[in-house]
Design a protein around this ligand. Structure first.
Ligand SMILES: [Zn+2]
Ligand SMILES: [Zn+2]
Length: 460
């Protein structure tokens, strides 16, 4: 591990050229470590339906420019990627037909389905090789390959919204580059410029965040996963909403995103944290990692919003005494911050199903359980349209934030989240309830889709 500032000291910055030349000299030397022809195994997805993802022997292509080869330590099996891996129809889209393109499937989706693609949009590992233009990391660094890139130069990065870095939109079929070849010569691409479901990830500098830690592969893989970064981002990154001490936070959905949001809320100093999930085991984990109350939406039914408001009343309701008033035009008390993390079912859960498989109802409830003046952050992938009383867009002062990546600023926040892991403030083990070697990936993904595990990691 490299001490924090040795490669680029303050004096080095001031004297300019000397330090920069030394730095680039090191990197040029490192670039020779790239290993074209290196063999590795990866799960390659192609075609339609179940069985589209198979473990293949692959040969690495040469890298250049800002490319980086990362030896994978762990990759999380994100629920949102399950349709692509297991060949399930994605919500809102028909199954990819064998006789395509005679069916109406979006062209980009069809093109992607025909490419030999390594799925997985995140992971952690060790840098094995870097292209000659790479500055952010060195060979031997441990890195998070972040689901959301951060270039630092685009308009969104410059305006402080690195969670919206415009490189994120540059991962369509025409943006991807072949990174390896199958035995029969078929070129293989890395989904999202990441391709975490393989022994090697080939990515670009914009996607990597160096992390200086001795954490285990599984713990690091969990805290650096798309789901935990998104959840922690919602409640601890302060980009979207600044959860203050003594706040009341409701988290709708206690999967890995929600459970990470609960932990972020605890760390931020929230005093009341209400976890809501239909699955009993997940409510138990919620209590373990920081929730002060849990609710089952199937039991509460139509009364869920009211119940959250009751729990959010605070110790007094006297208007002249700082109390929370539960009546009047503004619609009563509620949570100061609501994080919604439910989404549409990709398949019928084998444990307790929620009240709405489309994920729309939880968004409506999230909005309505928020206190006047409060904040709602939605992180899920539902299907359909949300209906709300239009007056709430004027009266009540609630602010809604679209929570892609929880607003997290990757280069700033991921190292902070790893610190929370190292200082034992973030509990990774309670979330990563299935950990498998690369050969067990498909079985573990089935557990994720069945919801019989909180979430799963593949180690390589
Ligand atoms: Zn994800
Ligand atoms: Zn950017």
């Amino acid at each position: 591990m490299e001490p924090k500032d040795s490669a680029f000291s303050r004096r080095g910055v001031l004297t300019g050229g000397v330090a920069l030349a030394a730095q680039s000299g090191t990197l040029l030397a490192q670039s020779k470590a790239a290993a074209p022809g290196r063999k590795f195994r990866g799960w390659v997805s192609r075609g339609a339906g179940p069985g589209r993802t198979t473990l293949q022997d692959l040969t690495l292509r040469p890298i250049g420019g800002r490319q980086i080869v990362v030896r994978t330590e762990a990759t999380n099996l994100c629920y949102s990627n399950s349709s692509d891996v297991l060949g399930l129809p994605p919500p809102g889209l028909p199954p990819v037909p064998k006789d395509a393109p005679t069916r109406a499937v979006p062209p980009a989706f069809l093109a992607m389905s025909r490419m030999a693609l390594i799925q997985g949009h995140g992971g952690v590992g060790t840098v094995e090789a870097v292209g000659p233009e790479v500055r952010r990391v060195q060979v031997g660094d441990r890195v998070c390959v972040s689901g959301t890139p951060q270039c630092g130069s685009c308009y969104q990065c410059l305006r402080g919204r690195a969670d919206m870095c415009q490189f994120l939109g540059r991962q369509g079929p025409n943006d991807l580059v072949p990174i390896a070849d199958m035995r029969d010569g078929t070129p293989v691409y890395a989904n999202s410029h990441i391709g975490g479901l393989a022994e090697l990830m080939v990515t670009f500098e914009e996607w990597v965040v160096p992390v200086f830690t001795k954490a285990s592969a599984a713990d690091l893989g969990m805290v650096c996963s798309c789901v935990s970064v998104a959840g922690l981002g919602c409640t601890a990154s302060q980009v979207l909403a600044d959860v203050g001490i003594g706040s009341i936070v409701a988290v709708v959905g206690c999967g890995p995103v929600g459970l990470s949001a609960i932990q972020g809320a605890r760390i931020a100093g929230a005093s009341t944290i209400i976890g809501i999930d239909p699955i009993r085991v997940r409510r138990e984990v919620a209590l373990k990692v920081g929730a002060t109350h849990v609710l089952d939406p199937n039991v509460e039914g139509d009364k869920l919003v009211e119940k959250v408001r009751e729990l959010s009343n605070g110790p007094n309701n006297r208007l002249w005494a700082g109390g929370r008033d539960s009546g009047g035009l503004l619609g009563g008390a509620g949570a100061d911050f609501v994080v919604e993390a439910v989404g549409a079912d990709r398949a019928k859960p084998k444990l307790e199903a929620g009240p709405d498989p489309t994920g729309i109802l939880p968004i409506q409830q999230a909005y309505m359980m928020c206190a006047p003046g409060g904040h709602i952050v939605t992180t899920s992938l539902p299907t359909g349209n949300v209906t709300l009383p239009a007056v709430v867009f004027t009266i009540g002062g609630r602010t809604h934030h679209a929570g892609q990546y929880g607003g997290a600023n990757p280069m700033r926040d991921i190292p902070r989240f790893v610190e929370l892991l190292d200082k034992k403030q973030f509990d990774a083990k309670s979330l990563a309830t299935t950990i498998v070697p690369i050969e067990g990936m498909l079985d573990a993904y089935q557990q994720v889709i069945d919801r019989t595990t909180v979430t799963a990691l593949m180690t390589a």
